[in-house]
Design a protein around this ligand. Structure first.
Ligand SMILES: Cc1cc2nc3c(=O)[nH]c(=O)nc-3n(C[C@H](O)[C@H](O)[C@H](O)COP(=O)(O)OP(=O)(O)OC[C@H]3O[C@@H](n4cnc5c(N)ncnc54)[C@H](O)[C@@H]3O)c2cc1C
Ligand code: SF4
Ligand code: SF4
Length: 416
């Protein structure tokens, strides 16, 4: 059994209730997989998936969850570049299939790899997410068994997702499978594989997107409100894709279509309605995954539409073999190498956040809130690059927000 590592600063949460109540749950869905039938992921009052109820676990179930929960532990890859970790390849890449490249969020690397995993027989199932056909603004976990199904679920979904609520169904198939998900989800899967031999045996690869944070459903609801569209009338809610970045597109059953540009949606970070855990995400860069795929806009924001270019970081031998075989099979194109310093320039907001994390943990700890254990993520080295004035500002700002209840949520307990 894996033990929960000690965090750099403070302490980790001692119960799932504390994870939720202190704003560290990102709604990954692992709770439901470990305690099926007892706990379900449901939309909470803050507008995010949360395990409900939080006091029905057996002590054994709760201990198992806490060993893998992203609100408790975020594993990294160990030594390497202080921000990006160890890698075998850092390069530009995109899908070699023009239709895949066009429909996907960026350049179609994640969809291309998922398709290649299935087409080559390396995997027989992909656990990932897609729009809920009954409520297209919302998301659900999906298991794709064919390359076409992987493509049908291409594109970034910016609202709440709980991919690991489907973990048991993926394991129950009894076939080799891969997970494509956010870094926090992949971290939970990798930790869980230490405790679950069947998962360790069947999980053949993991791929993650570099992730700026998960919006709560309130962000999507506000978009519909601005357009005066009733959610029951929505037949399509595509956050991006069909171009890079492509517009957010909403279609209604009554025949209307609306498009919102990427910058109009996302330029003002204060309007993202992010889950609290995202503001202290230790591995938003996905170094826990075999492969991480990012946007590749100099300075971090698009200046227009292009054909779709990912920047990728390959972290493991499994990832390296997968990428090379996808290139050989004509499914993926590898472009120029990208140095760690060039990656910093493509993701300046991520670099700033990673440097600030230890200070933010200190602010939480000073307010009595738990932090996250970060084995292998080199956060002390990142923190050493944060100017002293910023250290004080980050600690004080996080403590102030914590004491003002900005990270506090109400967890649902059983009623008598
Ligand atoms: C919430 C969010 C925030 C992001 N922030 C950044 C950022 O700050 N910087 C940056 O460089 N890139 C960011 N990205 C990544 C970027 O949008 C692309 O996902 C990435 O470049 C991969 O592109 P692609 O064309 O290979 O993806 P695609 O080929 O379109 O594949 C996307 C895959 O991811 C899965 N997926 C989509 N949304 C989710 C989700 N919410 N949770 C779990 N799985 C999902 C899909 O099922 C699909 O398999 C973010 C993505 C998301 C979902
Ligand atoms: S982050 Fe995942 S494992 Fe942790 S409490 Fe939330 S749903 Fe459960
Ligand atoms: S920022 Fe981190 S915690 Fe938030 S969704 Fe992305 S990977 Fe998960």
């Amino acid at each position: 059994m894996s033990a929960v590592p000690v965090p750099i600063v403070g302490r980790t949460a001692s119960s799932v209730a504390e994870v939720v109540e202190s704003g560290l749950c990102v709604g990954c869905g692992l709770c439901e997989a470990i305690a099926p039938g007892t706990v379900r992921m449901q939309m909470s009052e803050v507008g995010a998936w949360r395990p409900m109820p939080v006091d029905a676990f057996t002590p054994e179930q709760e201990a198992e969850i806490l060993r893998s929960c992203p609100g408790v532990v975020a594993p990294g890859g160990g030594a390497g570049d202080r921000i990006w970790g160890s890698s075998t390849t850092m390069a530009m890449a995109w899908s070699a299939e023009p239709g895949v490249r066009f429909r996907s969020a960026t350049g179609g690397v994640l969809t291309g790899l998922g398709r290649h995993l299935l087409a080559s027989g390396r995997a027989e199932a992909i656990l990932h997410v897609g729009p809920d056909p009954e409520a297209p603004m919302r998301n659900r976990w999906v298991i794709s068994r064919t390359p076409d199904e992987v493509l049908a679920n291409a594109g970034s979904r910016y609202g709440p997702t709980a991919p690991l609520a489907g973990l048991n169904e993926a394991i129950a198939l009894g076939v080799p499978f891969a997970v494509i998900a956010k870094p926090c989800d992949v971290g939970a899967v990798r930790r869980r594989a230490l405790d679950d031999p069947r998962l360790a045996e069947l999980l053949v690869a993991t791929a993650a997107m570099v992730c700026g944070g998960q919006s709560r459903i309130t962000k999507s609801v506000a978009v519909l409100d601005d357009l005066a569209v009733d959610e029951d009338d929505v037949s399509l809610f595509r956050y991006r894709g069909y171009g890079n970045p492509g517009p957010t597109r909403i279609e209604t059953r009554s025949g209307d279509a609306h498009e919102i540009g990427y910058l109009e949606m996302w330029e003002d970070e204060s309007g993202w309605d992010l889950d609290a855990r995202c503001t202290i995400c230790p591995d938003a860069l996905g170094e826990v995954a075999d492969i991480a795929a990012a946007d590749a806009w100099p300075g971090g924001a698009p200046t227009g539409e292009d054909e779709g270019f990912n920047a990728i970081v390959v972290h493991t031998e499994v990832g390296e073999e997968l990428v090379r075989s996808a290139v050989d099979a004509g499914m993926l194109v590898l472009g120029d190498d990208v140095t760690p310093a060039e990656f910093d320039h493509l993701q300046p907001h991520q670099v700033r956040k990673k440097r600030a994390l230890v200070a933010r943990f200190e602010g939480r700890a000073a307010a009595g809130l738990p932090t996250i254990a970060t084995p292998g993520l080199r956060l002390e080295a990142c923190a050493a690059e944060l100017p002293a004035d910023d250290v004080e500002r980050e600690i004080a700002g996080t403590k102030r927000r914590a004491e003002a209840g900005r990270y506090t949520e109400t967890a649902v307990r059983l009623t008598d």
